[in-house]
Design a protein around this ligand. Structure first.
Ligand code: TTP
Ligand code: MG
Length: 431
């Protein structure tokens, strides 16, 4: 009944009441990739090759890359200021002490007193992933690339490789691309379906690569069921209750048992465990980006004009780089500053024309800042926020010809920054 090709978008299973009941495969809401599970469950027309990429200790690795003082040290991201935060991730040096995602920084410090807690720069991490994905687009068609989370993506390389050897070579190239572009390490899993590729990428962390062939199924089958994509603690408990402990147990269970306990999701789960995931790369709908927000809370609040100007410039550089990266220009701009005493000021302005020019945005920000009460030693500035909205695609038709200044090499600067870090080049700032 379940040989290759025999099950398409619907299948039969034995029900208590009738001889056979027709069940239509429903979206699998309880699994992370329910939307991807295609209607080809059960059929394997040809061998396919997938790569799953997962950054190592992502946020922490980025912060160590950007601040050499943090390298080789136990750090966690999500803490500052005041050590009241939650650990979002930690460096491998900190993990040795038992620091885990989800702990409070306070608790983590009990495990690792030397732990350095640093703030999270969400937009920066997202930008890194986007840089990497756009580089991949030079090597693979768009519809073979799927961003899965902030630090994970799937690549289908079936069209560019013929066997596992070539798939492994391609995977090494991917690792090299990320290293050269962003100076970061990733761990890759290569397999014949997405579920197995995702599980394979957990095998050799950090900076690893695992090839999981059909004949190595036993490696997956030996893992505890909870290691499977889509199985959390609660489902694990129910599986254990049924006498199923490993992924192999789930794979070798009967359709009926799984269906009785979990409905259609159980049947799909069993298929995923067996390596019969036939889902393809999923293309997210290209939604129109409405705004870009960038907030930064400082560990040490500031109040002098040069410090504030510097912080605003840094924020603007980031936002305008992001606009350019996405090929967008903005018309509305908001600057927010939160002070030490929790008071805050916010001003918005409509720009003369759509732009992503760093100097224009900086001048606008400084113009707004002048309307704010000036911070002083008793009322320092702690958080800076920039929001741009009313975004339009930048069609490249610029009015630069009519502007007083020359075209600045922003794009070239973006490339330098991507390659060598944020601090490599700045406009008109000394020191
Ligand atoms: P993960 O890939 O789960 O973790 P990681 O990349 O830090 O470590 P690993 O080497 O084991 O892959 O998550 C990616 C990033 O997502 C992580 O760096 C921080 C963030 N994150 C959260 O903010 N909250 C969470 O609960 C988890 C799990 C991750
Ligand atoms: Mg990761």
């Amino acid at each position: 009944m379940e040989g290759p090709g025999k099950i398409s978008s619907s299948f039969f299973h034995r029900s208590g009441r009738g001889p056979h009941k027709r069940v239509r495969l429903m979206p699998m809401y309880s699994f992370p990739h329910h939307k991807d599970v295609g209607n080809r469950l059960g059929g394997f027309p040809e061998r396919r090759y997938f790569i799953h990429l997962d950054f190592d200790a992502f946020f922490a690795q980025v912060e160590q890359r950007d601040n050499p003082k943090l390298r080789g040290k136990p750090i966690c991201v999500g803490g500052a200021p005041g050590y009241k935060g939650i650990v979002m991730t930690s460096s491998y040096e900190a993990r040795k002490f038992g620091v885990k995602t989800g702990m409070s920084v306070y608790e983590a410090l009990q495990y690792c007193p030397d732990l350095i807690s640093v703030p999270c720069y969400g937009q920066k991490y997202e930008c890194i992933m986007q840089n990497v994905l756009s580089e991949f687009r030079k090597h693979l068609p768009e519809d073979c690339i799927e961003q899965y989370s902030v630090d994970e993506c799937f690549l289908e390389v079936t069209d560019v490789v013929n066997d596992y050897f070539q798939a492994a070579k391609f995977a090494w190239k991917i690792k090299q691309i990320v290293k050269e572009l962003e100076h970061l390490t990733v761990t890759l899993g290569v397999s014949f379906n997405k579920t197995y590729a995702k599980m394979a990428s957990k095998f050799n962390k950090p900076d690893g690569l695992t090839i999981l062939r059909e004949e190595n199924r036993a490696d997956i089958y030996a893992l505890p069921a909870v290691k499977m994509w889509g199985i959390g603690k609660r489902i694990e408990r129910r599986l254990n209750h049924m006498g199923l402990y490993t992924i192999g147990d789930v794979a070798n269970s009967t359709i009926n048992t799984m269906h009785k306990e979990f409905g259609i999701n159980g049947v799909i789960l069993r298929k995923l465990a067996r390596g019969e995931d036939t889902s393809s790369i999923s293309q997210k709908v290209d939604y129109q980006q409405k705004n870009i927000n960038h907030n930064h809370t400082l560990h040490d609040a500031i109040f002098t004009n040069p410090e504030i100007e510097n912080e605003i410039r840094r924020m603007i550089e980031y936002v305008s780089r992001k606009l350019r990266f996405k090929g967008l220009v903005t018309r509305y701009f908001i600057l927010t500053i939160r002070y030490d005493d929790l008071g805050y000021m916010s001003e918005k302005i409509r720009l003369m024309s759509y732009t992503n020019d760093e100097r224009e945005l900086f001048n606008t920000a400084m113009h707004l800042y002048k309307k704010f009460p000036e911070p002083d030693i008793h009322r320092k500035a702690r958080m800076f926020g920039i929001s741009v909205f009313d975004l339009r695609r930048d069609y490249g038709v610029t009015l630069d010809l009519f502007r007083k200044w020359l075209r600045f090499p922003f794009k070239e600067m973006d490339i330098l920054k991507e390659r060598y870090g944020e601090k490599i080049i700045r406009i008109g700032v000394t020191g």
